[in-house]
Design a protein around this ligand. Structure first.
Ligand code: PAF
Length: 283
C-alpha cells in the first residue's frame, strides 16, 4: 500500500490507473478506523481495481468548541489496518495541502442542511463536509465513493452536491456497523468512560423501541417517538435531537406513510454521538 501526501502524486496515481483501464473506488475518512470504516474498505475492494482511502481530519467541518484538537489520530495504526484490507493507496494530505493560502471556496447546500446536525452543530459543518468531499472527488476522480449510513444526513448532502454539480461519481451508502450491544461504531466512542459506554447503549435501544412500535403497525409519529423518548429518559439522556423526518427531503413527518429517517444525537459523557434507523412506510 502506498501512502500519498500530495495532490499531484495522488492525481498521477489515478491517471496511471485510468490509462490501464482500472476502476477507482474512494473511501473518504477522518481516520481512527473501526469496523465501520473497514466494512467500507471491503466493499470498495470487492468492486474496484484501485482502492483509495483518504485520511484527513478536516478542520473546516469542526466548530470552535468541538473536538478537532482531541480527535483520535493514529496514522500508523490506520495504515496497518487499511493495508490489511487490501487498500492500494492511503491519501493522507496535510491541512496546508488541502487548504493552501488563499483558499476561498465553500460549498453551501441549502434546505436539507437546516435541520438535524446542520441545526445542532451549525451550518458550517455541512459546508465543510461538502467542500472537502468535492475536493476529494476532484483529486481522486473515483467511479464510486463509499459512505457509512450512520451519517445519514451527510450522505444526503453528498448526493445533493453530486447531483447539483453534475459530478461523475456514484455514491454507495453502506450499513451501520454496531457493537454486539447495539452501539453504533464511531471514532468518538473512545471518549466514553465505562459508565458512559454503558449509558450510550440507550441510543440504539431507543431506536429499536421506536422501530418495534412502527413494526407493530403504528404510523403516528408522536407515538413512535415516545417509545424512543422513554428509553432515553430512563437512561438519563437528554437528546440534542430525536426526530422523525422523511427519508428523501428531511421534511418533518407526523405520520410514517412513506420511508422515514428516525435520527438521534446526544451527548453521553465526553462524546457527542449520533445514530439512526430508516422506518419503512407503505409507499
Ligand atoms: O464522515 C467522515 O468521516 C467525514 O465527514 C468525511 C466524509 C471524511 C469528510 O471529512
Amino acid at each position: 500500500m502506498r501512502i500519498i501526501r500530495t495532490i499531484d502524486a495522488m492525481r498521477a496515481a489515478v491517471r496511471e490507473a485510468r490509462r490501464a483501464g482500472r476502476s477507482v473506488g474512494l473511501v473518504p475518512t477522518m481516520g481512527a478506523f473501526h469496523e465501520g470504516h473497514l466494512s467500507l474498505m471491503r466493499r470498495a475492494r470487492e468492486q474496484n481495481d484501485l482502492v483509495v482511502v483518504s485520511l484527513f481530519v478536516n478542520p473546516t467541518q469542526f466548530g470552535q468548541n468541538e473536538d478537532l484538537s482531541s480527535y483520535p489520530r493514529d496514522e500508523a495504526r490506520d495504515a496497518a489496518l487499511a493495508e490489511n484490507e487490501g487498500v492500494d493507496v492511503l491519501f493522507a494530505p496535510s491541512a496546508a495541502e488541502v487548504y493552501p493560502d488563499g483558499f476561498a471556496t465553500s460549498i453551501d447546500v441549502s434546505g436539507i442542511t437546516d435541520v438535524l446536525d446542520g441545526a445542532s452543530r451549525g451550518a458550517f459543518h455541512f459546508d465543510g463536509v461538502a467542500t472537502v468531499v468535492t475536493k476529494l472527488f476532484g483529486i481522486v476522480r473515483p467511479d464510486v465513493a463509499f459512505f457509512g449510513q450512520k451519517d445519514a444526513q451527510q450522505i444526503m448532502v453528498v448526493r445533493r452536491v453530486v447531483s447539483d454539480l453534475d459530478l461523475d461519481v456514484r455514491i454507495e451508502a453502506c450499513p451501520i456497523v454496531r457493537e454486539t450491544d447495539g452501539l453504533a461504531m464511531s471514532s468518538r466512542n473512545v471518549y466514553l468512560s465505562p459508565e458512559a459506554r454503558e449509558q450510550a447503549t440507550a441510543l440504539s435501544r431507543a431506536l429499536d423501541a421506536a422501530s418495534a412500535v412502527r413494526e407493530s403497525g403504528e404510523r403516528d409519529g408522536e407515538r413512535i417517538l415516545d417509545a424512543a423518548r422513554r428509553v432515553l429518559a430512563d437512561a438519563g439522556i437528554t437528546p440534542e435531537y430525536l426526530e422523525l423526518r422523511d427519508a428523501l427531503a428531511l421534511n418533518t413527518v407526523t405520520r410514517v406513510d412513506s420511508d422515514a429517517l428516525l435520527a438521534v444525537a446526544a451527548r453521553v459523557g465526553a462524546a457527542r454521538l449520533i445514530d439512526n434507523h430508516i422506518l419503512k412506510g407503505d409507499r
